[in-house]
Design a protein around this ligand. Structure first.
Ligand code: NAD
Length: 256
């Protein structure tokens, strides 16, 4: 059980982050939800989790594109036993047409935020004598596809950052790993479908089967509950010697 542990999940008012936060709470952890908005619905998600799982749940607004806000999120939470770096965005365009502001935002949110939150969380984990960092990378942290240069560069960076943090904490009761999902049906993926339809000149069904799931041999999307379960496993005692690696949840994508 993760009772008594505080889990901070960045980018967790939807999709995989929310799924992971829910599985953390189901395992008994107190959770901190986050995104860059500050709506009643955001806080409602936290109170819903608190009620459903009988844990403490809070929502803290912080923009993961800004280093100081990443660090402030950890400070404001006041405790961080488990850090899940999940916030992420996508943009699809050829390299020579890729908007610079999109490149900068993707590198900031998908990669640099994990540096800032980890830097702020590690002293707290050391003080507590225990810690888990789980970075949500991607199958695109291990392989590439056209038109996703910034995302793929950021996710490869996340895998590399995870290894480095693992080595710096290797002799402590702290682990750092990456989870590399294949396609999970979330709003982020949903939003890619029109772009991919345009880029490939295909209808929706064809782009889902032949482009998005082309490299996912299971021909099935992973679920946010499965991602949450993998994250909970990495926080368990069974995973205490798993550090500096990545776990693929990709229906066989990286076996191809
Ligand atoms: P999503 O769009 O549903 O969720 C992204 C989350 O990040 C949202 O909660 C959003 O509010 C938050 N976010 C975006 N910009 C932010 C910012 N500046 N500050 C704080 N929060 C911000 O997408 P998702 O599919 O759940 O993606 C979650 C993570 O999983 C991302 O890192 C993504 O790259 C990764 N991933 C997703 C898939 C997939 O198939 N869905 C596959 C591999 C990896």
């Amino acid at each position: 059980s993760l009772a008594g542990k505080t889990a901070i999940v960045t980018g967790s008012n939807s999709g995989i982050g929310l799924g992971i936060a829910r599985e953390m709470a189901r395992a008994g952890a107190d959770v901190v939800l986050n995104s860059f908005t500050d709506n009643a619905e955001d806080h409602g998600l936290a109170s819903g989790i608190a009620e459903e799982f009988g844990v403490t749940a809070r929502y803290i607004k912080a923009d993961m594109s800004k280093g100081e806000e990443c660090r402030a999120l950890i400070e404001r939470a006041g405790a961080c036993d488990i850090l899940i770096n999940n916030a992420g965005i996508q943009h699809v365009a050829p390299v020579d047409e890729f908007p610079t502001e999109k490149w900068d935002a993707i590198i900031a949110i998908n990669l640099s935020s994990a540096f800032h939150t980890s830097a702020a969380a590690l002293p707290m984990m050391r003080k507590a004598g225990w810690g888990r960092i789980v970075n949500i990378a991607s199958a695109h942290g291990l392989t590439a596809s056209p038109y996703k240069s910034a995302y793929i560069a950021a996710k490869h960076g996340v895998v590399g950052l995870s290894k480095t943090v693992a080595l710096e904490t290797a002799e402590e009761a702290i682990t750092c790993n990456a989870i590399c999902p294949g396609y999970v049906l979330t709003p982020l993926v949903e939003a890619q479908i029109p772009d991919q339809m345009k880029a490939h000149g295909m209808e929706r069904d064809q782009v889902v089967r032949d482009v998005m799931l082309a490299r996912q041999p299971s021909k099935d999307f992973a679920t946010v509950e499965q991602l949450g379960g993998t994250a909970v496993f990495l926080c368990s005692d069974a995973a205490a010697q798993i550090t500096g690696t990545s776990i693929s949840v990709d229906g066989g994508w990286t076996a191809l």
